[in-house]
Design a protein around this ligand. Structure first.
Ligand code: NAG
Ligand code: NAG
Ligand code: NAG
Length: 331
């Protein structure tokens, strides 16, 4: 099913798909204890013909690790300040090394500590759609920013829990990040923001759980004002890194699924990505808070070689994503 604009068709299809997929997962999750089978042609959404069956496990797996060494007597913050000040390029080896050694936290090896441990699917419908479009692959790699508390509305927990993917969770707000860490996700994580420019920097960040965003420019300040009185200004200083620098630190420039929801800076973050050096297969990107909206987002992402597959919206406004897939993708 390849859905195109107009919006009503998009929205209707998205809701239908989400509901169907939800019902399916929910029902099976209850019926089967642990292992169940998904026929890929149920929703006619696969990128490929055929009758591949894919088992859905809630297995534990040994997550990917990187070797990093922290030298406790090394003042990495002072070094980081220097790198910020001179705005080193995204691929500067010192920047990459410092992210690897001092900012990235490894996946947890402890059992999950989730609020909803029985659930398989935590997203608002994006995960099952992306899953089907990626042909149910196992062992992929995801990036999710902002990751919030790592569970609520997570677009990636399904891939980790069920498809045994490795991944990276990016969350700028230290309070949300502390909760995220307590969930014992099997993914790398980093308490930082994704840069909206082509260099690392420390920025002012306005906290606000799922409304948190960088707050150092007029666009963001106007947005916070517009969003209203329920969002007090409560700022902190946060270190931002370009996504590319973090991926280099992980040695992982292949990303099967990138979930991007940073309250209005999505397009700015995407504009930092060297799409010729990073291989991102699919993305779900929130468009509601972008200046220029979905149209501006699609125009940019399409220019980088992607098709927009689906606009996911819910009547209550709880989801406003566009899902993209790289053109000519074959697995
Ligand atoms: C959907 O899948 C069914 C069963 O595999 C197939 O017969 C049908 O032609 C498919 N429809 C589309 C639109 O691909
Ligand atoms: C650790 O950092 C200190 C201070 O920069 C330095 O003198 C020392 O050589 C470093 N140790 C190692 C093992 O790199
Ligand atoms: C930032 O980097 C990206 C990726 O290399 C590039 O496409 C873009 O033009 C750069 N932006 C600026 C302002 O230099």
């Amino acid at each position: 099913m390849r859905v195109q604009f107009p919006q009503t068709v998009f929205a209707f299809s998205a809701v239908t798909v989400c509901v169907l997929v939800y019902l399916f997962y929910a029902q099976n999750a209850q019926l089967a204890n642990g292992v169940l089978s998904v026929e890929k042609n149920i929703f006619n959404q696969s990128a490929h013909p055929g009758d591949i069956k894919s088992d859905v496990h809630q297995l534990s797996f040994a997550p990917m690790m990187i070797s990093s060494k922290r030298n406790t007597s090394f003042d990495y913050r002072a070094e980081m300040k220097e790198l910020n000040d001179v705005r080193v390029p995204m691929d500067d080896p010192r920047l990459v090394q410092i992210i690897r050694d001092y900012y990235i936290d490894p996946p947890s090896l402890e059992p999950y500590n989730l609020e909803n441990p029985e659930s398989l699917e935590y997203s608002k419908g994006q995960a099952p759609f992306v899953d089907s479009r990626l042909n149910y692959i196992e062992g992929g790699f995801f990036v999710e920013a902002g990751a919030l508390n790592g569970e609520r509305g997570s677009n990636t927990l399904f891939f980790e829990k069920v498809r045994k993917w490795n991944g990276l969770l990016v969350e700028a707000d230290p309070e949300s990040y502390a909760i995220l860490k307590s969930k014992h996700r099997k993914a790398f994580s980093i308490n930082a923001c994704l840069s909206i420019q082509n260099y690392s920097s420390v920025v002012t960040f306005n906290k606000g759980f799922n409304f948190g965003r960088i707050y150092d420019n007029k666009e963001a300040m106007n947005w916070v004002k517009r969003i209203g009185k329920n969002l007090p200004v409560n700022t902190i200083q946060v270190q931002c890194f370009p996504l590319y620098s973090i991926l280099l630190a992980l040695g992982q420039t292949n990303v099967d699924f990138f979930s991007l929801d940073v309250e209005g800076d999505e397009l700015h973050v995407l504009q930092t990505i060297p799409f010729d050096k990073v291989n991102i297969k699919m993305m779900t990107v929130e468009f509601a808070h972008i200046i220029g909206g979905g149209r501006a987002l699609m125009s940019f992402v399409k220019s980088k070689g992607y098709d927009s597959l689906l606009k996911v919206q819910r009547l209550d406004g709880g989801v406003n994503d566009i899902i993209f897939r790289r053109k000519g993708l074959s697995h």
